[in-house]
Design a protein around this ligand. Structure first.
Ligand SMILES: *[C@@H]1O[C@H](CO)[C@@H](O)[C@H](O)[C@H]1NC(C)=O
Ligand SMILES: *[C@@H]1O[C@H](CO)[C@@H](O)[C@H](O)[C@H]1NC(C)=O
Ligand SMILES: *[C@@H]1O[C@H](CO)[C@@H](O)[C@H](O)[C@H]1NC(C)=O
Ligand SMILES: *[C@@H]1O[C@H](CO)[C@@H](O)[C@H](O)[C@H]1NC(C)=O
Length: 449
């Protein structure tokens, strides 16, 4: 895993200068060559560098994480890669809400079957080989969350004695994931390492809370909130965005030819190219070549430029566009409100024994939060797999409370032009005032736009 991450980084660094020289100013401002950024692997909190706030008491921790390494969510025809998702035993055990011991039907194990394409039965020429679903957590992704759980244990259990060494009751931990399998499995991998001795018993089964897809708030929910699509379309109509698409059009057209992909999702943005290329890049897999002409292949420089473009696109939409704050409110504001209210409940003494709240989501969960917080350029790049954004609530000796924000193992550094607080110890009132500007007062009427 380590070897791959350094190799990946070297490739990115080597091609960044070349790609930057002929890109337009906005795009080249996306600096990917910082040695601390690696899309394939996150930074982890570390017990060596972690320090408590002097004299203060830790009262509550919220962790918002992105799932680990996954297979692509975008398909290309005749994909010749092979993905493995069955080498690490992680199963998501879903108990019913009530007691179900008398009704057990035994155990099952999920097996993904992808038959060899024989031109007759099924559609397997439209997918890779191996043992993975679309967007499934790979074995590496499970290990990333295991590492994260181990690191969190070394800090919050071993160093601070804040969390219990054994989880005998589930009053102290709250878990919410999106309805999607990879975020559930990521949470399972993380918590399995945070409390390794926890058995799967009814008493210690951690409730895995999910909102149904239709009403999900941990990412922009365009079905529930049509306003997101409206604002997104307005941003995309802007001259700045259209100029960007046009400028990068030749590269997009060449990659679409190589990958043999067409259709709206592939022409209006860079997400899908980013997805296909980086998924392979992170595994040192061969990049796609054209079926019509096998000498035409995507290159390492293409990976860098597609990554730069995808970053530019998101940063423009969510940060630099005049409509960026509107988009953030509709997209993630409801979830910001959930986090704020849970923190407030804790301060008010209404949170019982709760010590850790884990939210297992996506890049589209973590990234908008980073934009809401006004993270600096380096920490607002596309969040790597298993990215971890931690909010700590501390009580100072004088009774006042501060919030510390740690992203991928480092205290969050804000953008130079918008340093609204010190994220190592931000007074709660200042913190709430800032985030409240992004919480819709009436989500129904705002989303109806
Ligand atoms: C589950 O078990 C309970 C207790 O034995 C029984 O009353 C109930 O009918 C069972 N439910 C199903 C769906 O079998
Ligand atoms: C929790 O369980 C462990 C292992 O069974 C035990 O050693 C420990 O004393 C228990 N802690 C509490 C607070 O009950
Ligand atoms: C295949 O691509 C190469 C490189 O772009 C080009 O030189 C060659 O003419 C192409 N061959 C065919 C048959 O189109
Ligand atoms: C929110 O807006 C909707 C639609 O305009 C309205 O029907 C509803 O009463 C509002 N809710 C509150 C709490 O103001």
């Amino acid at each position: 895993m380590q070897t791959t991450s350094f190799a990946a980084l070297a490739v990115l660094a080597a091609f960044t200068a070349a790609a930057a020289s002929n890109a337009e100013p906005g795009i080249s401002s996306v600096a990917l060559d910082d040695s601390s950024y690696n899309y394939c692997n996150p930074g982890y909190p570390s017990v060596q560098s972690y320090t408590s706030l002097p004299g203060a008491t830790l009262e509550f921790v919220q962790a918002v994480v992105r799932h680990g390494d996954r297979t692509p969510v975008s398909y290309i025809p005749n994909d010749d890669s092979t993905w493995r998702c069955d080498g690490v035993e992680e199963e998501t055990y879903l108990h019913g809400a009530g007691e179900s011991k008398d009704n057990t039907t035994g155990s099952f194990k999920q097996l993904v079957l992808i038959p060899k394409w024989n031109g007759k039965y099924g559609f397997s020429n439209q997918l890779w080989q191996g043992s993975c679903e679309e967007g499934e957590l790979t074995d590496r992704g499970k290990r990333q969350h295991n590492t994260l759980g181990t690191q969190l244990r070394s800090i919050y259990v071993n160093k601070l004695g804040y969390l219990p060494a054994n989880l005998n009751s589930t009053d102290e931990v709250y878990l919410r994931t999106t309805h999607i399998w990879r975020t559930k499995n990521s949470a399972e991998s993380l918590l399995g390492a945070l409390w390794p001795k926890r058995g799967i018993t009814p008493q210690a089964a951690i409730p895995m809370h999910t909102y149904p897809k239709r009403i999900e708030t941990m990412y922009g929910n365009r079905d529930a909130c049509p306003g997101i699509s409206t604002v997104n379309a307005q941003i995309m109509e802007s001259k700045t965005y259209q100029d960007f698409l046009r400028e990068q059009g030749p590269l997009m057209a060449r990659l679409a030819d190589i990958m043999d992909v067409r259709g709206s999702g592939w022409t209006t943005g860079w997400d899908k190219f980013f997805d296909v290329l980086n998924a392979r890049h992170c595994h040192d897999m061969k990049l796609p070549c054209s079926r019509a002409n096998s000498t035409q292949c995507a290159t390492a420089a293409d990976v860098v430029q597609a990554t730069r473009n995808a970053n530019h696109e998101w940063r423009y939409k969510y940060r630099d566009s005049p409509l960026g704050n509107d988009l953030l409110r509709l997209d993630i504001g409801s979830f910001v409100g959930t986090l704020r209210d849970q923190m407030q409940d804790h301060i008010n003494g209404h949170a019982g024994k709760l010590k850790l709240a884990l939210y297992s989501g996506h890049d589209s969960t973590v990234w908008p939060l980073l934009f809401v917080l006004r993270a600096g350029s380096r920490q607002s790049l596309w969040p790597p797999y298993a990215s971890n954004l931690i909010f700590e609530l501390w009580k100072q000796p004088d009774g006042s409370r501060v919030i510390r924000v740690i992203f991928n193992g480092e205290v969050l550094q804000l953008d130079e032009s918008e340093k609204w607080c010190d994220m190592n110890a931000c007074p709660v009132d200042t913190f709430f005032k800032h985030v409240e500007a992004f919480i819709p007062s009436n989500i129904t009427s705002e989303c109806a736009k």
